[in-house]
Every structure is written in C-alpha cells, then in structure tokens.
Ligand binder design. Structure first.
Ligand code: AMP
Length: 282
C-alpha cells in the first residue's frame, strides 16, 4: 500500500490508472478507522481493480462549536488497518493541500440538505459535497462506497452525482454495529463508560420502531414518534436532536409510515451527538 499525501501526485496516479483502463474503487473517510469503514474497503476491493481510500478530516464540514480539533487521528493504526483491508493507495492530504488558496467555489445540493442533520448542522452538507466533488475529481473513481449509517449524506451524494453527471457509481453499504447493537462510529470513542451504556438507547429505539412497523398496520408517524420520544425522555444522559420518519427519497417527514420510509434519529449522549437509522420494511 502506498501512502500519498500530495493532491497532484494522487491525481496523476489515478489519471494514469484510468488511462490503462483500470477500475478504481474509492472509500472516502475521516479516519479513526473501524469495522464500518473496513466493510466498505473490503467490498470496494472485491469490485474494483484498484482500491483508493482517503483519510481527511475536512474542516469545512464542521461547525464552529463542533469537534474538528478533537476528532481522533490515530494515523499509524489507520495505516495498518487500511493495508490489511486491501487498500492500494491511501490518500492523506493536508488541509493546505486541499485548500491552498481557500475556496471560492462551493457545491450545494438544494432541497435535501436543510433537513434532518442539516437543520442542526447548517453548512455541514455544503462542506461534504464540496470536498467529495474535489475528491472525485482527484481520484476519478469508477465506484465510490458510502455507509447507510449516514443515510442523508449518501442521499445527498447520489443527488450530487446525478445532477452534475459524475461518472461514478455510488454504492451504499449496510450499517455495521457493535455486538450490543450500537452503530459503530469514530465518535463512540468520546463516550465515558456510563455514556456508552446510555448510548444503547439509540438501538433500543430503533428496535422499538421496527417492532411497531412490523406489526403490519400503517401507523401515523406522529403517534409513533410521540411514543418513542417519551421513551427517550426517560433515558439518562440523553437529549434529543431529532427523531423522524421521512420519505426515503426526498427526506421529508411522512404522515403515514410505509415501506421504504426511513426512521432516523440524532441524540446527544452527554455532549456527543450520535446518529442512527433504519429503512422501514414491512
Ligand atoms: P466517516 O469517516 O465518519 O466520514 O465515514 C466514512 C464512511 O464510512 C461514510 O460513508 C460512513 O457512512 C461510513 N460509515 C461510518 N460508520 C459506519 C458504520 N457503522 N457502518 C457502515 N458504514 C459506516
């Protein structure tokens, strides 16, 4: 595995590989790699001749009060995990390499980005779509792999690719969970032992929601949400950001719950904000 830090060098390598007709699978990450990231890498490795993964903690997608500075950056561990997962090129650009003269351009996906996480993280998705556009232009991937864990992000990126005619196929992979059900996240590292226990509320609520939906009736979304919110309100150390049932395509709130809708939630456990979701199947 080759570690590439220079943007120009990465672009040069990828353009040459494309010229030789190689398919490039790409997994963009912010590092602190875990089994969720590695599942994307393994699949990308199986489906493409060349596997490129990136590690870039992108400052423009963090709000001023968010965790950009304290975001974990365990590079030597990440390098080992990426190598074990079959990565050919690990692209690790610097902030000044990615934004040498600041940025006059920004790529915005209208419509989907002010909802759900976008409501409490203004500007977040503009940072994501702009950096993903840059990464796609550098890596020229045939396929790029994202996790359903960030359902909204994957939806926004699919729309970006469609609207701007990127020739990359977006593959979305299932959420990888800890044994007890907590969705694996780099931010789980922030949790104290007490908070780690409390964080199970996310999975409990998802399971409750799934049970309600599996009952076969078409419940009113607001009734389900009310019930789940009152369950969450009794949980220690927990504060609700949002609990929503949305249309799987346009991410707007639904009134009646149907197959393909998405139950999505964001909760603060102590000061750590965690998200999770499930696609409703009935
Ligand atoms: P991040 O490093 O948090 O930006 O995540 C990089 C990619 O890994 C994104 O596409 C995430 O959706 C995906 N990802 C993060 N956590 C998980 C997980 N638990 N299961 C599957 N994919 C994940």
């Amino acid at each position: 595995m080759k570690v590439v830090r220079s943007v120009l060098q990465m672009q040069d390598i990828c353009v040459k590989l494309l010229g030789k007709g190689k398919s490039i699978g790409f997994v963009p990450t912010m590092g602190a790699l875990h089994e969720g990231h590695l599942s994307l890498m393994r699949r990308a490795g199986r489906e493409n001749e060349i596997l490129v993964a990136s590690i870039f903690v992108n400052p423009t997608q963090f709000g001023p009060k968010e965790d950009y500075r304290k975001y974990p950056r365990p590079f030597s561990r990440d390098r080992q995990l990426a190598k074990k997962s079959g990565v050919d090129y690990l692209f690790v650009p610097s902030v000044s390499g990615m934004y040498p003269e600041g940025l006059s351009c920004s790529v915005r996906v209208q419509g989907l980005t002010h909802l759900l996480c976008g409501a409490s993280r203004p500007g977040h998705f503009d940072g994501v779509t702009t950096v993903v556009t840059k990464l796609f232009n550098i890596v020229c991937p045939s396929r790029a792999y994202f996790g359903q864990k960030d359902y909204q992000q994957a939806s926004v990126i699919k729309k970006l690719v469609k609207d701007l005619n990127f020739s990359v196929k977006i593959v979305v992979m299932p959420i990888v969970r800890e044994k007890d059900g907590l969705a694996i996240s780099s931010r789980n590292k922030y949790l104290s032992p007490k908070e780690r226990k409390a964080a199970l509320v996310l999975y409990r609520v998802l399971s409750m929601a799934k049970d309600i939906f599996a009952s076969g009736k078409s419940p009113k979304a607001k009734d389900v949400i009310k019930k789940l919110k009152s369950f969450i309100a009794n949980e220690p150390l927990t504060k609700i950001d949002y609990v929503k049932i949305v249309n799987g395509k346009n991410l707007k709130d639904v009134k009646t719950v149907r197959t393909g809708d998405v139950f999505a939630l964001a909760l603060y456990i102590g000061s750590t904000r965690l998200i999770d979701n499930t696609i409703i199947r009935r």
